[in-house]
Write a protein that binds this ligand. Structure first.
Ligand code: NAD
Length: 467
């Protein structure tokens, strides 16, 4: 399907973008490399049999510490993939100004075919291996969820780390994406999907770009197809409906469904949870092939499953006008060449799905500061708002009713602060990418990589490592 591996694609993007920077070759070579690659094999007893598990942790860049990146649980995990994903994390963090280097983990196991007890055993053993080699810690390397993992796995990682490193005052910051009642943060679970929607919202506010696509400005009324109803895809699809979009196509492993009037995503999600498949969802039409979701005639396509979905063999069949890469690497470089010739607007993964690491950063800050966001100012804000209202009442001689007052007075809580911090981050990052694009006159991915490489290179120079 592709002449290049995932990691080779990422290296290619870096090389293309490097041409628009002024760093000497040594700095660019350093930026490009994966700094540390840890491949491990460990035994796990399943029933009476012993199985050898293959796993990885790759730290791509140490220009900022800790390094940061999710852990993927999948039978397709391999070293090339983990290296590619770790590299993407470095550039992603740079774009959204999150002060981490990039990392990624992978465990070659199928979560759907492995019992929860066995998943726990594997996760805890993996964490122990990371501790043994100093590959985890709030100031060293901080994992998070990725494909096939979630809050449950993050809770096991925290518990194992805490048992092996008792009394570390900042130990809760050793992993993010934890359950809220275990030092996690509100809004992290849906952060990546929400970030995808914020990214699309700001992209659709650029009048000239929308005119070039023959689309109206704004998200309102746009049609959407989503591949993958997992963590990222489900939340992106659910939240984009709140902006007036119609989700007309949804794909999962078992196939793809279509509904011209638009789905209620929440209902489809619950239906699939209850029935194990979305194919019989009432009022929907099943598409002939699972991958037909990628060729639907929609305004926005959100691939939110895995890499290499759109490649040189199928890119010409894509009909969407905008593609938001919610997954990492869903379009190969050869696929991208074809899509760009078709004038399709691609929001690249290193920007579009950066919402997850942005809110992971907020969670890490919360863990280090040992206080919930909003806790110290919520009441203060409410009192200040009340003072304003009373002042206006005094000045006008008119009084505001108790019910109206209650509706007007609202101090910010953790969810408000997380979501507004995320929205602001996605908006600012997009404007910065567009500015870079204006200067370099390239596509959005090359502009995003140029911006990221510039920031990482400047950090290396600041460390005095290079002139
Ligand atoms: P997930 O495991 O929660 O969901 C992925 C879903 O895709 C699953 O439900 C799976 O059944 C489905 N799927 C797999 N192959 C498919 C196919 N061919 N067609 C349709 N559906 C298919 O994983 P996730 O956390 O949502 O991650 C999805 C992608 O987003 C990955 O590329 C991941 O690296 C990326 N990502 C995730 C996060 C995060 O915070 N979880 C952050 C940034 C990027």
């Amino acid at each position: 399907m592709s002449n290049y591996s995932f990691y080779q694609d990422v290296e290619y993007y870096v090389d293309q973008a490097s041409k628009y920077t002024r760093f000497q070759k040594g700095i660019l070579d350093q930026i490009r490399q994966c700094n540390s690659v840890y491949r491990m094999k460990f035994p796990i007893k399943m029933g009476n049999e012993v199985h050898v598990i293959e796993a990885y942790r790759v730290q791509h860049s140490h220009h900022r510490l800790p390094t940061k990146g999710g852990i993927r649980f999948s039978t397709a995990v391999n070293q090339d993939e983990v290296k590619a994903l770790a590299a993407l994390m470095t550039y992603k963090c740079a774009i959204v100004d999150v002060p981490f280097g990039g990392a990624k983990g992978g465990i070659k196991v199928s979560p759907s075919k492995t019992s929860p007890a066995m998943m726990e055993k594997i996760t805890r053993r993996y964490t122990t291996e990371l501790v043994k080699k100093n590959f985890i810690g709030p100031g060293l390397d901080v994992p998070a969820p990725d494909y096939g993992s979630g809050e449950r796995e993050m809770a096991w990682i925290l518990d194992t780390y805490s048992a092996l490193k008792p009394g570390e005052v900042d130990g809760y910051g050793c992993v993010t994406g934890k359950p809220v009642n275990l030092y996690g943060i509100r809004g992290r679970t849906e952060a990546t999907g929400r970030g995808v929607v914020y990214a699309l919202n700001v992209a659709c506010s650029y009048k000239k770009d929308m005119e070039a696509l023959g689309l109206e400005v704004g998200l309102e009324g746009k049609t959407v197809a989503v591949q993958g109803l997992g963590n990222v895809g489900y939340h992106a699809a659910r939240i984009i409906q709140e902006y007036g979009c119609k989700v007309v196509g949804i794909a999962e492993r078992e196939g793809s469904i279509y509904c011209a009037e638009g789905f209620d995503v929440e209902k489809v999600y619950k239906f699939r949870q209850a029935n194990g498949s979305l194919l019989e969802y009432p009022g929907s039409t099943v598409l002939k092939e699972r991958n037909d979701i990628l060729y639907m005639d929609v305004d926005i396509l959100i691939p939110a499953a895995l890499e290499n979905q759109i490649n040189k063999s199928n890119a010409k069949k894509v009909n969407a006008k905008i593609i938001a890469e919610a997954a990492n690497g869903p379009i190969t470089r050869e696929g991208q060449d074809i899509l760009l010739k078709k004038n399709i607007l691609i929001l690249p993964d290193i920007y579009a799905n950066a919402g997850g690491v942005t809110v992971s950063y907020f969670e890490w800050l919360k863990n280090l500061s040992h206080v919930r966001f909003g806790r110290m100012k919520k009441r203060f804000e409410e009192n200040t708002q009340l003072n304003y209202i009373e002042m206006v009442e005094d000045m006008t001689g008119k009084s505001v009713g108790a019910r109206e007052k209650k509706a007007m007075i609202r101090g910010s809580n953790e969810t408000d602060l997380v979501n507004s911090g995320l929205e602001d981050t996605m908006i600012e990052a997009y404007h910065a990418i567009k500015e870079t694009q204006k200067r370099t006159k390239t596509d959005l991915r090359t502009a995003a990589f140029t911006l990221a490489i510039t920031k990482v290179g400047v950090a290396y120079q600041g460390m005095g490592i290079f002139p």
